[in-house]
Design a protein around this ligand. Structure first.
Ligand SMILES: Nc1ncnc2c1ncn2[C@@H]1O[C@H](COP(=O)(O)OP(=O)(O)OP(=O)(O)O)[C@@H](O)[C@H]1O
Ligand SMILES: [Mg+2]
Length: 250
């Protein structure tokens, strides 16, 4: 495994927040066994802009689903800010996810019949962390963070792709999770809009968020302070993501 570290990028990142330890994901059917992730070990430093880079089919989305507890590893474990995810029940994981991670998808996944503000309000309602009386103010605050303070009453169909993805970022921020996880967040946008949306996402690290994003674009991967490169379910290179960097928080 290749390890590259520069003083410049290390100054932006903190202690390990997520630890992935010897994780494999194997799908077994009656006729065959498919290894999708093979002995993957890395850490995500707190406050980092973290890239999971690799070509199509390398296991990036599968790995994200393990980080969010949507899926469980076949072997190994994921420790998220001291919590061992696979020790939790499905119900406990769903509750945990609501307040610990904000998820951003390639195709935005906004509810088309709800306005931008209502999409964010829905996340607040599902998250359950704030009293109802505080929802509207929080939704507006999140829209302002992504530069859409004046667009709350618009339906997604009246917003550009980049604006829709920024609403999705606002929604991911609603319950103030420490970590945002994005699967190809700019994959459906033209290059100019993609650069703007990426800048919005990257700027969240200045608010103390840890931002993990999947990409197959080497230029976007190069923007990260820390990263892993996946190929055929294995880590083939990493930068500031070494499991030996520091002891993982427990
Ligand atoms: N439930 C499943 N059953 C069998 N194979 C699967 C399953 N889920 C994923 N795979 C396979 O695992 C590999 C990795 O899939 P994954 O979706 O994680 O790749 P990816 O890196 O996100 O690709 P892309 O860039 O195209 O989104 C692929 O070959 C895929 O076909
Ligand atoms: Mg994918």
């Amino acid at each position: 495994m290749q390890q590259v570290a520069t003083a410049q990028s290390q100054q932006y990142i903190g202690e390990p927040l997520i630890a992935v330890e010897h994780v494999s994901r194997v799908i077994t059917t009656r006729t065959q066994k498919t290894v999708i992730l093979d002995d993957v070990t890395f850490v995500v430093p707190a406050g980092s802009l973290f890239a999971i880079n690799g070509p199509s089919g390398s296991g990036k989305s599968t790995l994200l689903n393990l980080l969010t507890g949507i899926d469980r590893p076949t072997v190994g474990r994921v420790i998220f800010a001291g919590t061992e995810l696979q020790a939790k029940s499905e119900d406990a994981l769903a509750r945990w996810r609501g307040t610990h991670v904000g998820i951003i998808f390639q195709f935005f996944q906004l509810v088309p019949t709800l306005t931008a503000q209502e999409n964010v309000l829905l996340a607040l309602e599902l998250g359950g962390g704030l009293p109802r009386s505080a929802w509207r103010r929080r939704a507006q605050e999140c829209l302002e963070i992504v530069g859409l303070g004046a667009f709350g009453r618009r339906l997604p169909s009246a917003l550009s792709g980049g604006q829709q993805q920024r609403v999705a970022i606002a929604r991911a921020l609603a319950n103030d999770p420490p970590v945002l996880i994005a699967d190809e967040p700019t994959g459906n946008l033209d290059s100019h809009t993609a650069a703007q949306v990426f800048a919005t996402l990257a700027s969240l690290t200045e608010r103390g968020k840890t931002v993990v994003y999947v990409t197959h674009d080497p230029r976007l991967a190069a923007r990260a302070a820390a990263r892993i490169d996946l190929l055929d379910g294995r880590i083939v290179a990493q930068h500031n993501a070494g499991a030996v960097v520091a002891e993982v928080q427990r």
